[in-house]
Design a protein around this ligand. Structure first.
Ligand code: PEP
Length: 250
């Protein structure tokens, strides 16, 4: 039985004041989410502040990205070890905004995944196809390529303590959501690809859906067999919506 996970990706949003208010709002309603694990991923400069506010709430902290490097002359980077030191459990790697806006390659994402694992963080590996790729029938080939890059560098064992998020690029921040059937098909494909290498790891890994998930569509998506939670962007910035999505997972 996989414990559902609902994680909020706050992206480039927030201030000291709004982070405090949002976390207070989520914490006030957290008792309604049942067995679902709830995580938030604020911008890295707010991790320490958020970590202090989350103490004893049961809400878990994550970061939105980490460096592929340990340390050294890499201006602007934040290492997995630093993130770990500030109390994070999770780190998102390979978000489509990083892949498409900042040109992150599959190899770079795989290196970040490895850094996260080496520093006792649980990577949330994002995979997903663009609209063009879907329309050209390339969805599975793209997802396979993105997964295989990580399998090649970290091995299937690397997925023993990891989460995968299927996020169709055409559904992120657009208000368009994959139908439960479309999402389930890709989630099953992802699990099956891991199953070819390790039945136990494939059965245990949580595969989240991300892409315009809202309280109105979360219940139907989360009912699918291979959808184990959500990675939430826009709706995670409203405590009430975020908690309502998490509550639909139980
Ligand atoms: C995301 O960026 O991970 C995401 C799923 O965004 P949204 O929920 O806004 O589509």
């Amino acid at each position: 039985m996989r414990q559902p996970l609902v994680a909020g990706n706050w992206k480039l949003n927030g201030s000291l004041e709004s982070v405090s208010a949002l976390l207070a709002g989520i914490a006030a309603q957290i008792s309604t989410v049942g067995a679902t694990e709830v995580a938030v991923c604020p911008p890295s400069v707010y991790l320490q502040h958020a970590g202090q506010l989350l103490q004893d709430t049961g809400i878990v902290l994550g970061a939105q990205d980490c460096s592929d490097q340990d340390q050294g002359a890499y201006t602007g980077e934040v290492s997995a070890a630093m993130i770990r030191e500030f109390g994070c459990t999770y780190v998102i790697v390979g978000h489509s905004e990083r892949r498409h806006i900042y040109g992150e390659s599959d190899a770079l994402v795989a290196a970040k995944f490895a850094q996260a694992r080496e520093n006792a963080l649980v990577p949330i590996l994002c995979v997903g196809e663009t609209l063009d790729e879907r329309e050209n029938g390339q969805t599975e080939a793209v997802i396979a390529r993105q997964l295989d890059a990580v399998l090649a560098s970290s091995g299937v064992e690397g997925f023993g303590k990891a989460v995968i998020a299927y996020e169709p690029v055409w559904a992120i921040g657009t208000g368009k959501t994959a139908t439960p059937g479309q999402a389930q098909q890709v989630h099953a494909f992802v699990r099956d690809r891991l199953r070819r290498q390790d039945e136990g790891i494939a059965g245990g890994i949580r595969i989240l859906y991300g892409g315009s998930m809202k309280p109105e569509n979360a219940g139907a998506l989360l009912q699918e067999n291979d959808i184990d939670g959500g990675l939430i962007g826009g709706a995670s910035l409203k405590a009430e919506d975020f908690v309502a999505i998490a509550a639909s997972g139980t």
